[in-house]
Every structure is written in C-alpha cells, then in structure tokens.
Design a protein around this ligand. Structure first.
Ligand SMILES: *Cc1c(COP(=O)(O)O)cnc(C)c1O
Length: 383
C-alpha cells in the first residue's frame, strides 16, 4: 500500500440508500443528490459515476467550481444545479452548459439577464425565497420586482424552479418553525402561480425534510447526508426505526476508511505514551501506531477518546493524535502484526466504527468530519 490510508466506497450501500429514499419520496418528485464538498468527503470523481449507475441523474453542488468538476466527470449526461456561489465571470459558463443555479439577490438577477442577453441563450434559474431561515433568498417585498423582470426578460430567464431551505428539519424542537416555513413557501409558490409562472420544480426539502415532513417533498428533494447512509440526526433515526418496525437500519454507510498497523511496541506499566503527559500505561501494554493523523482528517478531539478496529476488536486511541500518526493500545487484540488492517471508519468482523462514534459526540458532526476527509486520500470502489 503506497498511501497511508484509503477510502472504500460501497455501491451496494449507495444503491440501497437511494432505493429506500426514493421509495419514501414517491414517484412524482425528482431526486437531486447533493454532492457538494467533494460529495460529503466521499470523493466526487469516484462517487459520481456510481450514483449515476444507481439511476440518479440530477446533482446539486454549492459552487461553480464544484459544478465544473462534476461537469468534467459527466459532461452532458446529467443535470447540474448550483445552490450557492457563482462569480460573475462564470455565469456565462453555467448558461452555456445548461447548468441551473439559484438566484437570491437582485444583483445576481440583473447580471444573469445581462449575460444571457449577450449569449443569446436563456439561463435556467431557480428563484430562492426567504421563508424563515434568514440566510439567502428573496424577501416577500422583492417579489413584485422579480416577477416583473422574469416577465420582461422571459426569453433570457427560464424559471425552472422556486426553492427555499429548511432551517432544522432534523429536530422536533423546530417543529413550529418548520410548519411556518412550509406554509410560507406554499403561499409564495401560489403567488408565483397567480402571476402566471409554472416552474417545473418547487423544492424545499433536504434529507430531514424528506424523512420528517412528507408535505415538504413537492416536485424535487435535494438529498445529501442520507444518500450517503447517515441519518440527519439520532432523533430522526430512532423515529424511523420505531415507526417502520425495522430491526435493521434501512440506511447503509457508503464510506469506509482504512489504514494499517505501522509498528508494534511493548511498553511497560507506568510510562507516558506520545507527546506530553496525557496518557500513561496502567499495565504492561502493546502499543501500535497507525500512519494517519490530524493532517489526514483524523481529528485531534479523538486524542485519548476515539477507537479503531484491529483484528475485529475495538481498541482505544491513546495519547494525543499527531499530525501523521495515531497511537493505539492493542494489548487486548490478539495476534496483531505490522501490516494488519486498521478500520478508522467502517466495519470489521461485525464491529462498527461510525462517524458518529468516531466523533464520540453529536451526530451533526457527521457532516463536518466527513467533509474534512482530505482529497489526497485515495478512494476506490469496494469490490
Ligand atoms: C446541503 C444542502 C442540502 C442537503 O442537506 P442534507 O441535510 O445533507 O440532506 C439541501 N439543500 C441545500 C440548500 C443545501 O445547502
């Protein structure tokens, strides 16, 4: 193994998730898989073709740079939608390649009209509405002007969608706020309808919207985290396992992260391990190193805290996580040898390290830890 660790991607798990989520979504809506942030750390280049083979052909990214990367991989055979950043210089590229994008400021709308006119080709836009998140989106008092421009420049603006984003559908604590958002969104969609607009897609839901608020599904769902096999929150997970009386998790993790045992030492009782004095052996110990550290996305918060799997056993991280190495206590694992497989995230002999327990904290950290997995770790499809 040339590299110090690698990421394995399971197409079987991916397909399982997409089928389960599509079934929940229903046939009437479009499934857009969110592949921003390097496909949630999984690796865009490797995952995109796999997703497409599983029957999804619509992808959402955050920025124009991500859209360009996705375009390089798939060319014209899928639809791309940019939900966030595009600089003025690249609007032309998006219009030329039929990439749709969110519009959420008057300045962006004006610029789009200008560029589309110059190109002589309509831009595929999704008008983003402010419905209660207070992040991006047109406010109600701006909509008359938006409507006026859409009508006036109808040959340069193709209104493909109207959308908004839910500010916390993963927790029942936000129930009231979500109801208000859905209501506001519906009201504003009706207003657009009364103005004579009939966009193909009204969309509001993310994973948690799809799973917890079926009424938020509408014409399209932008599904991120759950497509990769992670529940948007523990709360959502428990509700679904209970509600559907499943005895197994309907979502399966697509990603595993693996490395190897690099060294093995005997350390007597009463010695400090790794930098400083954060860990002292309390017995004669077998201590190993794994060539992955915080420079590889193995968070320092896992110092004296995280676990990995070796020979099917769950063993603890001891001492501080270093830049390139982590030290583990393998005293309780049998027959450990240099070169043995170490699972940092994933399964080994029926034991699992989830990103959740990898973080040993709140599930919402799944998003953060996944997207911090560096680009330079090689990705390969599980065979
Ligand atoms: C990231 C994102 C999503 C996907 O959210 P998940 O919780 O990962 O499903 C959907 N819509 C927008 C606007 C987003 O930024």
């Amino acid at each position: 193994m040339l590299h110090t660790s690698y990421i394995e991607l399971s197409k079987e798990a991916l397909n399982n998730n997409l089928q389960y989520l599509k079934k929940r979504m229903g046939d009437h809506a479009k499934y857009s898989m969110v592949v921003k942030a390097n496909a949630y750390g999984h690796g865009l280049e490797q995952l995109l073709p796999m997703i497409e083979e599983c029957g999804v052909d619509h992808f959402s990214v955050f920025s124009v740079a991500e859209a360009m990367r996705a375009y390089e991989i798939k060319k014209d055979c899928c639809q791309l939608m940019i939900m966030g950043y595009i600089d003025e210089d690249h609007l032309e590229w998006a219009i030329e390649k039929d990439v749709s994008f969110f519009v959420f400021t008057p300045e962006r709308l004006q610029k789009v009209i200008e560029v589309a006119r110059k190109k002589g080709k309509p831009a595929k836009i999704h008008v983003e509405l402010e419905t209660g998140m207070h992040r991006t989106g047109f406010c109600e008092d701006q909509l008359e002007e938006v409507s006026r421009l859409l009508k006036k420049y109808s040959s340069y603006l193709h209104l493909e969608g109207i959308c908004s984003h839910m500010a916390g559908a993963e927790s029942i604590v936000n129930y009231q706020r979500m109801q208000e958002q859905i209501e506001t969104f519906n009201k504003l969609c009706s207003w657009f309808h009364s103005e004579g607009f009939q966009p193909a897609y009204r969309h509001l839901a993310c994973s948690a919207g799809l799973l917890n608020y079926p009424e938020s599904i509408m014409d399209m769902v932008r599904v991120g985290i759950s497509s990769y096999g992670f529940w948007p929150s523990d709360e959502t997970k428990m509700m679904h396992l209970k509600e559907e009386a499943f005895d197994t998790d309907p979502l399966q993790r697509v990603l595993s992260w693996k490395s190897v045992i690099m060294s093995l030492n005997r350390v007597p009782k009463g010695k400090y391990v790794s930098y400083g004095k954060s860990y002292m052996t309390n017995r004669d110990s077998k201590i190993s190193t794994v060539p992955v550290g915080y420079g590889y996305g193995f968070s320092r918060t896992l110092s004296n805290n995280g676990h990995v799997l070796v020979n099917g056993k769950r063993v603890p991280v001891v001492g501080t996580v270093n830049m390139n190495m982590v030290v583990i206590d393998v005293t309780d694992a049998e027959n450990v040898k240099v070169g043995d497989e170490v699972v940092l995230i994933g399964e080994q002999n029926g034991n699992t390290i989830s990103v959740g327990s990898f973080s040993d904290m709140n599930n919402s950290l799944n998003y953060e830890l996944l997207t911090r997995l560096p680009h330079h770790i090689p990705r390969k499809q599980k065979t």
